[in-house]
Design a binder for this molecule. Sequence first.
Ligand code: DAH
Length: 344
Amino acid sequence: MSSAHFEKVQEMIKEIDAQMPRTADELEQFRVRYLGAKNQIKPLFAMMKDVAPEERKNFGLLLNEAKQKAETIFSESQDQLKTQSNNKDKRFDTTAPGLPLPLGARHPVSIVLNQIIDIFRRIGFTVVENREIEDEWHNFTALNTPDDHPARDMTDTYYLKNDLTRMLRSQTSTVQVHEMESKKPPIRIISPGRVYRNETISARAHAQFHQVEGLYVDKDVSFADMKQVIKHFARELYGDDVRIRLRPSYFPFTEPSAEVDVYWGLNSEEDYRMTKGTGWLEIMGCGMVDPNVLEMCGIDPKMYTGFAFGMGIERQAMRKYKINDIRMLFENDIRFLSQFSSAH
Ligand code: DAH
């Protein structure tokens, strides 16, 4: 008779043991069923009177085990639910300080390039880009560069290994050709981009760098117009009191051609070094587009004239930020790159 009572309690212990409330609802159901005022362990206590007196002690111990099991499971589940909801609260705590998000910095070449683009945009130049792998026509021939010109040499230009009629462009002047071939004047563009030359890499020279090309073709475009535009550009970039000068020069695609210098001053040893003792810094090449070039690109040189200019960007960036090794601009060392303001 009493062994049946013992079995009942043991079954109850097994039943309780199998429970694992995982939600607040389940926990409440568990509490009501095993710990509440009308819990299911209670009727088992009432069976005590039917148990043989010598077995009552053991029966009581078993009942306590059932009760304690229920209490342990309850408090364990309760703890677990509490930490879960704490974690949840943390996840959605909108007042917690955010994780630090490191801000990127602009590359010094981009900063200077953006300034240059801004200046020309404000006076009506449009930015266009074109390809970096070129053919001889766009890189040399249409730019009036003779077949035996040294720039065409393998030692100056990177030709493609499997196609010696194609090359990495050595100048952004290629974009002039693309523009004139595909558009009718007025053409007023600047074109920034990467160029490549077979140079020995050193502190002052690199095999890849950036240029900005400019081209203005229309009726009655004059050398004086060019000078005004360049002067305006220099004022905007270097300040109102900048002095510029144009020195006669030679480029195959312009006639006449000039190089533009800005006056830098000779106040320090560094100025002497940078300007080779002249006080003047060369900033770009320019000239009136050679009528041959206009003609080769399908523009009538009797109707139209134009001017063009081209400048390197790295050198300007190096001057602005006093960087004395061009290689720093291409090594992508974050310790170097993070130093430049992203304000521009
Ligand atoms: N393409 C020349 C160079 O790489 C720069 C240049 C000079 C471009 C004169 C021009 C120009 O458009 O008119 O050195």
